[in-house]
Write a protein that binds this ligand. Sequence first.
Ligand SMILES: C[S@@+](CC[C@H](N)C(=O)[O-])C[C@H]1O[C@@H](n2cnc3c(N)ncnc32)[C@H](O)[C@@H]1O
Length: 397
Amino acid sequence: MSMVNSTIQIVELFSSFLDSKSFVKLSMSSYQGTLAEMRNIYVREVLIKGSIQLGFTFRYATRDITKNYTRGEGEALVKEYLLGGFSQVRIFTIDRDLAFELKGDGFWRVREFAPSLKKQDIAHDKKKRRLLATSNDKLYLHELGIMDANGQVYKHGQDKYKQINQFLALLKPLLDEVDPTSIHHVVDMGAGKGYLTFALYDFLHTEYNINPDFVGVEYRQELVDLCNKVAESSKFDKLVFRQGGIIDYDGEVDMLIALHACDTATDDAICKAIKGNASLIVVAPCCHKQIRREMENGIKKNELSSLTKYGIFLERQAEMVTDSLRVLIMEYFGYKTKVVQFVSDAHTPKNVMLTGIKQKKEIVESRKAEILAEISALKSYFGISTHYLEQLLALSH
Ligand SMILES: C[S@@+](CC[C@H](N)C(=O)[O-])C[C@H]1O[C@@H](n2cnc3c(N)ncnc32)[C@H](O)[C@@H]1O
C-alpha cells in the first residue's frame, strides 16, 4: 500500500487516465458529508451529440440522479466531492484498478488491483445500444430460436430479445454495486428454457470479465437436457443445468435469480439466497396464490372488504401484499431492497422485480424489531396467519 498526499493527486490521475483513454469508471463511496441520503457517485464517459462527456450517477438512499458534464466540469466535481465527504474512491482503468482510502491522518492510501471492468463501447448512441448485441457467434440465441444463423433477431424473437436486454439493463447497476469480482457462484432458480440464464452467463463474461460457476435449476427434465446441450455447443463450460426442485438446491450462492418461478417457488428461491448469504438477489415473482384465500376471508371481516370484493382486485392485493412481505423479510435479513418494473414474457402478465443487495453493516436490532412489527401489522390488516417465506426462514415474532 502506498500513500497519496492529496485529493488533487487523485484528480490528476483521473485526468491522466482520461488523456490516455484507459479510463473506464470512477466510483466514490463511504460518504460522511452533509448531503442528506447521499450514498455513492459513479462516473463514466458518455457520448453526447458526438462529443465525449462525463456522465455522473448520484446515488441517494432511495433514488438515482444522472447528469452529464464537460470534462472540466466533471474533474472539478470529482475534486469537490472528494473534499466534501467521500473517503473511498476507486478508479477502474483498462490496465488496473486503483482503490484510494482516506485515513484518519488526512492522507489517502492507495492499493492496486488487476482490472475488473472492461471499457465500454461509447462510439454508439447509448439509447440504441443493446447490452446483449447479437452476432452470429452467439450460438445460444440461435439455438433457442431468437435469431437466425446470421445474427438477425427473428420477428417472433423480438419480445424475448427486448426482455433479455431489459433484464441486463436492470441488473447492471446492481452488479456494479456489489463488486462483480466477488461473485463466484450464480444460480438461476426455475431456469425454464434458459433464455435469461444464457444471456446473464454471457453478460458476466463479456461485460465484467468474470467466470463464476453457474447453475440453472429446473423441474422439467426435457428443458434441462435442452439447455445442457446448448451450453455445451456454446462452450459455456461453467454453466450447467440440474433437474430438481429449488428447495432441494444445496450448492453455494453469491448471486441468485428466479424469474417467473411459480407461486411459492419464488419464496423457496429467496430462502436459499438468504440462507446461502448471497450478496445479490433478483426475483420476478409469478402467481401469488398462497395468501389469497386467507385474505379473501380475513378482509371480509373488516372495513377493507371493498379492496377484495372483485376477483381481480383480490388478485392484485394478494400480489402486492405478498411481495411487500418478501421485501420486508429480505430487509430483516440485511438486504437493501428495490422493487422495479420488469417486462414480462408471453407466459405471464407479472412484471414486478424485487432485488436485494446484502449490506456489509449488520442490521441493528431495533430496525429488526420495527420490520417484524410491520410484517405483523400487514398480516393482521389483511387477515393472514402466516406467509410461506416466514415459515421457511423460521421467522418468529
Ligand atoms: C414461467 S417459467 C420461467 C422460466 C425462466 N425463468 C424465464 O423467466 O424465462 C418457470 C419455470 O420454473 C420451473 N419451476 C417452477 N417451480 C419450480 C421449482 N419449485 N423447482 C424447480 N423449477 C421450478 C418451471 O418448470 C418453469 O420451467
